[in-house]
Design a protein around this ligand. Structure first.
Ligand code: 0A1
Ligand code: ZN
Length: 884
């Protein structure tokens, strides 16, 4: 048997096998006696058999890694012969139609390094139950379509855990002997077990209040470790804005008397929307100007909004099963993106979101883990919290808005919330609500949920001066993905505009229509080939395509450098303007790679250089937008245009172009840098953020050229900067240079911030992503640094993630040393935290996309991982699917 064949039969869960639950849990009364080493959990469940379930069927509860103490049915303790326990759960045969089941079991939070279920972080107890963590706390019907009312009593040592929190509203509390105390919480809203949470510890908090638009007062609390109290104000402000925005944009009010956020240092993801008690990775909450960058502030706004919005899109209306994950995640990402766009500059936010989608989701769609927004099967659901489910899912919702219009979409959302409140439903229910409310036919649109892959549009345009027409012919196709060799055509909204040669928008009138529409127009594609004829066009127009990135597709149209440079200067749609610049830069970089290969002289294209110069001098433009416009596409993005990726060649071309731009534009870069100096105290309004981002972009370029003036400027900014955005931009530029000032700056930074774990993460990441020849050795050394801790997911992401995903030139070293290093760490991390290990395996999964020599070395590491005994289901699924 070769190592490629599955070493054991992994269980696959399929959407087509979905059956409604045989039993329902009406209420769950939970009792926790919290001790780090052994916590006792008692639960009293009121259970009812579904009318369709034959009486002979036993009750089967999920449970993993639990120590069962006792089971009682309707008050009578069962003998061990009356039930069965195995590694997946507890089976009780012969149960009546309605009954109370009492279970006592024990768990060991201090030994829980997987961070699923009940665990300890920074000395405090906390939980993570999505997707299937509750079964690691107690035996339960741990599936989202079983919704119960919870009452939770927490008992702990008062000195060690003065704060005891759970979902809902506080109901009672009291003192016990031996310094212990108890608190009872009641959650009036039925919820699935994945939304359960508890927290116990010595936490400090800040408090605020929000009055809902119907006049109810809600208490807001943000709990952190005491030394972080000064870093909470921003998150609290974001929360209040999110609460107001959801009322205004969707008419959704908060529903409990209390809303709590708790920050913990050890967390597998960004945050979790547990009902009334959101638990956050501290990286997504804590911020002060001295310790967090503008990007951090921005991310906190998005994540706080995201988790809050889940209260409706996820909690009040939840998922029937985990195949429907995008029902809550796609919709909620769409909601948080729109929220962030309204709080800052819409165009810049859209560019940020599209960049994330292209870099993560398009790549996922082009690899062995490609799956539809509604997957059809999984081995481990934790592996499906993906860019496809989240980011493409959000684009699918956005397309609905593009097709139905803002008003039709809002009516659809209102109907969806009203129709399904308190229920566990499907993505199809969501589309039905949109269809019913807007009176639309979305039958073909549903393919976005079931077909994987990024559709490609091939556009041809023809101008006929005699007839005064401009014809666009659009052909769509979608590459094959695992299990889906052929795709049916998608229903695609394609937003277009036509510009005159002096940059004016042409009014658009399709053949047969009476009146032209000014500006952007959304064309609907349904068939494989569609033709659109615009009439009344008296001069040859420049076509602006996919405005606002109206659909998650790739567009191909013949355009020369001049036309792209024109659009980069004049398109009225910020996304398309930016995208034209990206396309131009990719073309130039590919030509540079070609020149490298053939040994020709390398020259930076004058059209690109002049387009960059013109943009840099554009005094009217929004600075945050300019910073985006003048940022070259990432090496990874450029690599996607190649048949077989050679990361070193991409890196060399990229480096050459950056240096060439730095030299050619030295004067305006220096001038812009100087003109944007800090004035007054730090502010995080869009204007100030834009100024810093453009200024730091200029610094980055200046540090790439050979200008001797740049280093003193950079050092000065590093030493005198009063906010982390400026200090880190300077340090990052130094860390990427081979100047002697690099090491002292890195040391100084560490000494200054060694007691702040989130800042130390930045210090790790900057070194790991610097594309210098010694990167791997440095990363290896840093894994032995006292501040590195493989049990902390943030540390693993900061060091190993930044190297393997953020430093392509060095990670993909020709000798395969980067791959072997990653292989070692996957095997080391898998027994500690399978989710973290499995995420690292994904880096290797795209081995087929690389030059054969590199691809083979990547594949060898996958085989090595797969051959290891006792691999987690998480890692096994990704490694084995990557080799098929
Ligand atoms: N629902 C959360 C994401 C999340 C998923 C799984 C987790 O642990 C395994 C934690 C968080 C969100 O979308 O924010
Ligand atoms: Zn979410």
């Amino acid at each position: 048997m070769s190592a490629v064949e599955p070493l054991r039969m992994a269980q696959t869960v399929c959407l087509k096998d979905y059956r409604p639950p045989e039993f329902r849990i009406e209420t769950a009364e939970l009792y926790f006696d919290l001790h780090e080493t052994g916590t006792t959990v008692r639960s009293r469940l009121f259970i009812e058999r579904d009318a369709r379930t034959p009486p002979s069927h036993p009750l089967v509860l999920n449970g993993e890694g639990l120590e069962l103490v006792s089971v009682a049915l309707d008050g009578r303790t069962l003998t061990p012969g009356e039930y069965r326990v195995d590694e997946e759960g507890l089976t009780v045969p012969g149960v009546p139609a309605r009954f109370a089941l009492e279970i006592e079991n024990r768990v060991h939070p201090a030994d829980n390094t997987a961070l699923e279920g009940l665990y300890v972080s920074g000395g405090n107890f906390c939980t993570q139950c999505e997707a299937e963590g509750f079964r690691r706390i107690t035996y339960f019907l741990d599936r989202p379509d079983v919704m119960a009312r919870y009452t939770t009593t927490l008992v702990a040592d008062r000195a060690r855990c003065p704060v005891l929190l759970s979902n809902g509203n506080p109901a009672a509390h009291g003192e016990l002997a031996d310094g212990r105390h108890w608190v009872r919480w009641e959650d009036p809203f039925p919820k699935p077990s994945y939304l359960f949470a508890l927290v116990g510890g010595d936490l400090a908090w800040i408090e605020d209040e929000f009055t809902t638009r119907s006049g109810r007062k809600v208490r807001l609390r943000l709990y952190v470790q005491r030394h972080n109290l000064d870093k909470c104000a921003h998150a609290m402000e974001c929360l209040k804005r999110a609460m107001r925005w959801d009322e205004e944009a969707y008419g959704r009010e908060y529903d409990l008397d209390l809303f709590m956020i708790v920050a913990v240092d050890d967390f597998n993801m960004g945050a979790m929307e547990n009902k009334g008690l959101n638990i956050f990775n501290s990286a997504c909450v804590l911020a002060s100007p001295e310790t967090a960058t503008d990007d951090d502030f921005q991310a906190i706004l998005g994540v706080v909004g995201h988790e809050y919005f889940h209260n409706w899109s996820g909690n009040r209306v939840t998922c029937r099963d985990w195949f429907q994950l995008s029902l809550k995640e796609g919709f909620t990402v769409f909601r948080d993106q729109e929220f962030s766009a309204e709080m800052a500059s819409r165009g810049v936010e859209r560019i940020r979101d599209v960049n994330a989608l292209r870099n993560a989701q398009f790549r996922e769609d082009a690899g062995p883990m490609a799956h539809p927004v509604r997957p059809e099967s999984y081995q481990e659901i934790s592996n499906f919290y993906t860019a496809t489910v989240y980011l493409k899912g959000a684009e699918v919702v956005r397309m609905l808005r593009n097709l139905l219009g803002a008003e039709g979409f809002r009516r659809g959302a209102d109907l969806y919330f009203e129709r399904h409140d308190g229920r566990a439903v499907t993505t199809d229910d969501f589309v039905c609500a949109m269809e019913d409310a807007a009176g639309a036919d979305l039958a073909q649109f549903r393919l976005w949920y079931s077909q994987a892959g990024s559709p490609e549009l091939h556009v041809e345009r023809r101008y006929d001066p005699g007839a005064g027409t401009c014809t666009l012919t659009v052909r769509q196709d979608c590459p094959p993905t695992p299990g889906q060799p052929e795709k049916a055509p998608f229903h695609i909204p394609l937003a277009v505009g036509l510009l005159t040669r002096d940059g004016r928008e042409l009014p658009l009138c399709l053949a047969g229509e009476a009146h032209p529409v000014a500006g952007t127009r959304v064309l609907e594609l349904r068939r494989e080939v569609e033709t659109f004829v615009f009439t009344g066009i008296t001069e040859e127009p420049v076509v602006s395509l996919l405005r606002g990135f109206s659909a998650p597709v790739k567009v191909h149209m013949e355009r020369d450098d001049e036309e792209l440079a024109f659009l980069m200067a004049h398109d009225t749609d910020p996304f398309s303007r930016w995208d034209a610049g990206q396309e131009l830069a990719v073309k130039v970089l590919l030509r540079l790679m070609e020149a490298q290969r053939s040994g020709a002289d390398l020259v930076a294209d004058p059209v690109l250089v002049e387009a960059f110069r013109r943009s840099l001098l554009d005094a009217e433009a929004d600075r945050a937008f300019l910073a985006r416009l003048l940022t070259l596409p990432s090496e990874d993005y450029v690599a996607e245009s190649l048949d077989r990726i050679d990361p070193a060649a991409v890196h060399e071309a990229h480096r050459f172009l950056r240096r060439a731009l730095a030299k050619a534009l030295h004067e305006p870069l220096l001038e812009t840098y100087r003109s944007l100096g800090e004035s007054g105290p730090y502010r995080i309004d869009p204007e100030s953020v834009g100024r810093r981002s453009l200024r730091n972009l200029c610094l980055g370029y200046l540090m790439q050229g050979d200008d001797p003036q740049a280093v003193p400027l950079c050092l000065d900014q590093f030493h005198s900067g009063t906010n982390m955005t400026d200090v880190l931009a300077a340090l990052s530029a130094l860390a990427r240079s081979e100047r002697p000032e690099r090491e002292p700056a890195l040391e100084e930074f560490y000494e200054r911030w060694k007691d702040d774990p989130l800042v130390v993460d930045k210090w790790f990441a900057i070194q790991a992503s610097a594309p210098l020849p010694d990167a791997l050795e440095r990363v290896r050394t840093l894994t032995r640094h006292p501040a590195f801790n493989p049990r902390n997911p943030n540390k693993v992401r900061a060091l190993l993630g930044a190297f393997c995903q953020g430093n392509p030139a060095r990670f993909h070293a020709r000798d395969g040393a980067g791959y072997a290093f990653l292989g070692d760490w996957i095997l080391e991390l898998d027994p500690i935290n399978p989710q973290v290990a499995a995420r690292l395996v994904r880096v290797l999964s795209r081995w087929r996309r690389y030059e054969p020599r590199l691809g083979e070395l990547m594949r060898a590491q996958l085989e090595r991982v797969l051959a290891a005994p006792d691999l987690s289901r998480d890692t096994y699924e990704i490694a084995s699917k990557s080799l098929v």
